[in-house]
Design a protein around this ligand. Structure first.
Ligand code: BES
Ligand code: MN
Ligand code: ZN
Length: 503
């Protein structure tokens, strides 16, 4: 069990605070020497002229992501001073703070207490620092024998706006958000032998039951193979039929009394993607436990929206299946009948995500929400187009635009991609069924997949987020983003839901 972390927001001097580590920012100013950022003035004063030679001796420039640990002697009450680079002074925005705080969290050794004296003169900055720090503190050690808890116990945020109720609210929001991002990361990091569709659904039910607090709760409903047959969910059943682990569809509902809008979320929950009979090469399979990343994101976002009490009604659909080859597996050539009655010719069992999303999207739009947003690790082609840090965002201008704006606010990278007429036409060109699942044209595979999904959405405002790239970090940790599961999209979707309240 990770140690429980408590966050407190207060005014206070970083030079006089008794703590294991005090964290101070450093900015680059033009060509000049790096300078201590706002919030660290008293620390800078305590060191006086001794600080600058320390920085230059260690070639510390104040670049974003840089860290330097400085012994304090009796200069400060803290045992150690951790300097974190914030980058160019004029470019220190909330995102730089989020990243720097995340980096700091990963460089605390086994400190039990820490005080953050980063620039926090606005509530938004308080939120960004808390969110970044909490995100960077994440670790996944469930499968490491004898792993000791590493999280810091006490985190103090030292800010001149500590008594501003908006700053207090920003801290609370950041804690809630980070906790739910951690749930998404945990689900995605859990190995596929332990996170089967049934186990994933159980984990969601358990989280719903563990919710505390006042007011309405998230309702959860789990559909198994029998119910899915009754609902004619040919996509979910087809994808799941080759596996010994049966499919599920989890539906979460958050219904606040004062809802200003109704939002539907849909997420791809392939707990393992071997490709099925159109099997993947071994090297493409190793990380395919993260193919339920879209489902993890929309589920965690729904819980977060509820925990924050946002006045937006959310219905979340997470179809879950394991894509395996076997004697009972779906074949290329099969024709499936989806929830809305459209038939689909399967040509490649590795294009499974769109099949189970088709059912879930059709179910979602049948309830006439104001908007539907889906998230899916849908295509390798999206990663070819945009790399592994940007999500591709498709859909109508208003909804896709709203999601892109929310991503910008959340500090998550996203880029608009088109659905060309050409792709729409291609999706209609099955010789035997209403819809063609996949063609063998290599170009624009992410666009074809989006055009396929669009068929099941009808005229409901819709955005599709292909997060095959950013849902998983193959490299080392960076800022508040760990290696492995990133929790990408949770923050964006919460922000998007909040944006529906404003007007
Ligand atoms: N889950 C994959 C997409 C994927 C690939 C996610 C790499 C993350 C990293 C998806 O089910 C898939 O296999 N897509 C195929 C589609 C193709 C067969 C039309 C792909 O992208 O190659
Ligand atoms: Mn696949
Ligand atoms: Zn897949």
């Amino acid at each position: 069990m990770p140690r429980v972390t408590t966050y407190t927001l207060r005014k206070g001097s970083p030079a006089k605070t008794r703590t294991d580590v005090v964290v101070v920012g450093v900015v680059r100013r033009g060509e000049g020497a790096p300078a201590v950022a706002a919030g660290g003035e008293e620390v800078a004063a305590a060191y006086g002229r001794r600080l600058s030679p320390l920085l230059s001796a260690s070639a510390f420039r104040g670049d974003l992501g840089e860290v330097l640990r400085v012994p304090t002697g009796d200069t400060l009450r803290a045992g150690q001073l951790l300097l974190v680079g914030l980058g160019a002074d004029e470019a220190v925005d909330d995102d730089a703070l989020r990243r720097a705080a995340g980096t700091a969290a990963r460089h605390l050794g086994n400190a039990a207490s820490v005080s953050l004296a980063l620039p926090m003169t606005t509530p938004a900055q308080v939120g960004a620092v808390a969110e970044g720090f909490a995100g960077g503190s994440y670790s996944f050690t469930r499968y490491k024998s004898g792993a000791e808890p590493t999280a810091v116990g006490e985190v103090s945020l030292l800010s001149p706006v500590a008594r501003d109720p908006e700053a207090v609210a920003a801290l609370e929001r950041a804690e809630v958000l980070a906790a739910h991002v951690a749930h998404a990361r945990d689900w995605v990091n859990t190995p596929p032998n332990d996170l089967t569709p049934a186990a994933f659904a159980d984990a969601v039910v358990a989280l719903a039951a563990a919710q505390k607090g006042r007011g309405p709760k998230v309702e959860v409903e789990v559909l198994g193979p029998d119910e899915l047959r009754e609902l004619s969910c040919g996509g979910v059943l087809g994808v799941g039929q080759g596996s010994a682990n049966e499919p599920r569809l989890v539906k979460l509902t958050w219904r606040p009394a004062d809802a200003a809008a109704r939002l539907a979320l849909v997420g791809k929950g392939i707990t393992y993607d071997s490709g099925g009979l159109t099997i993947k090469p071994g090297s493409s399979m190793t990380t395919m436990k993260y193919d339920m990343g879209g489902a993890a994101t929309v589920l965690a976002a729904t819980f977060a929206i509820a925990a924050l009490g946002l006045p937006v009604e959310v219905t979340c659909y997470a179809p879950m299946a394991e894509n395996m080859p076997s004697g009972s597996a779906m074949r290329p050539g099969d024709v499936l009948t989806m929830h809305d009655g459209q038939t689909v010719e399967v040509t490649n069992t590795d294009a499974e995500g769109r099949l189970l999303l088709a059912d879930a999207l059709a179910m979602a739009v049948a309830e006439r929400p104001d908007a539907v947003v889906d998230a899916a690790t849908l295509t390798g082609a999206c990663m070819v187009a945009l790399g592994d840090r940007y999500a591709g965002v498709f859909g109508d201008d208003a909804t896709a635009g709203g999601v892109l704006a929310a991503a910008e606010q959340a500090g998550e990278l996203a880029w608009r991609l088109p659905i060309p007429e050409q792709s729409r036409t291609a999706v209609g060109e099955s010789p035997v069924a209403d819809v063609l699942q996949s063609n063998w044209v290599r170009w624009g595979g992410a666009l074809f997949a989006a055009a396929f999904l669009e068929r099941f959405v009808g005229d409901t405002p819709w955005a599709h987020v292909d997060l095959a790239g950013p849902a998983w970090n193959t490299g080392g940790a960076s800022g508040h983003v760990p290696s492995g599961a990133t929790g990408y999209g949770v923050s964006t979707l919460v922000q998007y839901a909040a944006s529906l309240v404003v007007d």
